[in-house]
Design a protein around this ligand. Structure first.
Ligand SMILES: [Zn+2]
Length: 237
């Protein structure tokens, strides 16, 4: 096992100094359980990033499309299971516009917010969560090793991105387990955060309506890599 990619679980105690460097206790900072609180360190939320006209137009198109069942990636294969109930939908010709927008996000928006530089990002996917749709708690670039109480890096994703296209649904919150943080998606919001296990997250079940999200991931230039080359459909910058 390559020890280089194994990290002990992130499990700060409430009184411990917060990992963000604020000198506050974790429970008073990134781990706060208060409902009106700031997002944790490095969880960026840009409200209304995509305008209402565009989101409405895209949602109108997507509502007419049949979805393709999708699952979770396990050892390089996508496995459909009840841990992720969602459908992939395609925008057709409009996807070019979405790709252009994502290119801008990975060359400008995120680098400005996080002081980083990307080598590539994954071709954006649009996911629809019908009633009951959800995704189980997971980290985007690491898998938990029970016997070791540690995480192993399994993918070269460094930053995870979500762009919410609608908010006319119930349920479907995004929550970051280790930080006690719950975010309720709003139409047009762009959300991004590090892909490691500190930011393990889940999408709660949708209880009415359907929830649309664009998802993508970026890899930093000059970061240590698990794989010799990207394993997914990637766009180099
Ligand atoms: Zn903090």
């Amino acid at each position: 096992m390559d020890e280089h990619f194994i990290t002990p679980a992130f499990n700060p105690s409430p009184n411990q100094a917060c990992f963000c460097g604020s000198h506050l206790a974790f429970a008073q900072c990134c781990g706060s359980t208060q409902s009106h609180r700031q997002p944790p360190h490095s969880v960026h939320i840009i409200r209304g990033f995509l305008d209402a006209t565009t989101t409405e137009k895209w949602v109108g198109l997507l509502d007419k499309k049949r979805g393709e069942k999708t699952g979770l990636k396990q050892g390089g294969e996508v496995v459909v299971s009840d841990k992720r109930v969602a459908e992939r939908v395609f925008l057709g010709p409009v996807e070019k516009k979405l790709t252009r927008l994502m290119r801008k996000v990975f060359t400008t928006t995120i680098p400005q917010a996080m002081a980083c530089d990307f080598e590539w990002f994954e071709r954006p996917q649009i996911v629809r969560y019908p009633v009951g749709g959800h995704i189980w708690l997971h980290a985007d670039n690491e898998n938990y090793i029970k016997e070791r109480k540690a995480w192993r890096k399994t993918s070269d994703r460094d930053v995870s991105l979500l762009l919410y296209l609608n908010d006319d649904f119930d349920g479907g919150e995004l929550s970051f387990y280790a930080m006690n943080y719950v975010y309720k998606p709003r139409r047009g919001d762009l959300v991004f955060f590090p892909s490691d296990h500190r930011y393990a997250h889940r999408a709660h079940p949708v209880t009415s309506g359907r929830r649309y999200a664009v998802i993508s991931w970026g890899a930093f230039r000059d970061a240590p890599r698990v794989h010799a080359r990207p394993t997914n459909n990637c766009i180099f910058l």
